[in-house]
Design a protein. Sequence first.
Length: 365
Amino acid sequence: MHLQTIRVHLGQRGYPIKVGSGVIASVGQELSGLSGTSVVAVITVEGIRRLYGTAVEGSIASSGIRPVVIEVPDREGAKTIQTYAEVMGELLAARAGKDALIVSLGGGCVGDLAGFVAATYMRGVRLVHLPTTLLAQVDSSIGGKAALNLPGGKNSIGAFWQPCLVLSDVDVLKTLPQREVRCGLAELIKYGAIMDIRLFEFIEREKGRLNALEREATLRAISAAARLKAKLVSVDEREAKGLRTLLNFGHTVGHAIEAAMEYRGYSHGEAISVGMVAETRLARLLGLCSDDEAERLERIIESYGLPKRLEGVSKEAIVDLMWHDKKVEGGRLKFALPNGLGRGIVVADPPTGTVAKALEGVVGD
Ligand SMILES: NC(=O)c1ccc[n+]([C@@H]2O[C@H](COP(=O)([O-])OP(=O)(O)OC[C@H]3O[C@@H](n4cnc5c(N)ncnc54)[C@H](O)[C@@H]3O)[C@@H](O)[C@H]2O)c1
Ligand SMILES: [Zn+2]
């Protein structure tokens, strides 16, 4: 079993992220270090339980506690108030108390729900993430953002609640549908482009091995991204200093694209890929990066089979949606942009005409 441990430094709320191959089967052993637990509740979805439930439940049971398993609807269906209420009811029925431990086994959706459940059940219980998508391993399982959706607003309900352990097993990615793999790869490209030129070059170079999820290469990329996220979270847990905001590269435009598409047809990774292209063009127009760097970013996106442009949605619609988001957040229209590849900068309220120009040829006909 290969294992890398990365720490999120948040004093008493700090925790290890263990990235490795075969680690999922060691969860019971890991939990035995978290003493004083009477009920362990595994929150997951049916399909993932079928694949990994036996290993996880068996391992937890071997540590002396038979887990309660709570199955929830897949994808965003996990993040509804109704699902949340049902899970809380099941915990109560299982007589889970303040010392309960919640284990999320799944992608970002299960993780976001489980996080919110852990943050609020009995005013907060311990949480362990077993992320099973590449996106969850490099992004959502780290940093303590937990969320539910409202009918008109994604992630409109939420809390910060840090897990006490994250166990990322690279082997479970083998069963992940290719489109979900690409979603995670888009986030990996984001980390490289905005924070780490060596990671960017690694992703450029190792396309074959990463696309095939070859173990060593994937482990290395996940660990690098987890280390970058852990570093940002350690210094800016609640996104108050603007450092965590760097991770929004591609997301200001990307979120507007997702909203314009009503969250159908386009995956998050595809939307942020187009977003990264548009925002890098914006960076180029603002003199933050060169033509060569912008082209290099577009090449890497293309080489991973991710889209560089989106047709069928007008430029104006995207601009409107970005402004709408800005109003909703009561703040300024912020972009996390590459300041040369491998470094990032947050730019607030760039000129409207420049934003429109950056979108030209990227969205629209
Ligand atoms: N909390 C955060 O900081 C944060 C950050 C980014 C994204 N998110 C949230 O994460 C969610 C998206 O997460 P996601 O991309 O992981 O999607 P997801 O959780 O919906 O999972 C995608 C699909 O893959 C399946 N799946 C998961 N693991 C599998 C495996 N190993 N083998 C086979 N199938 C598997 C799932 O059942 C699902 O059908 C969004 O709701 C987003 O808002 C949160
Ligand atoms: Zn994202």
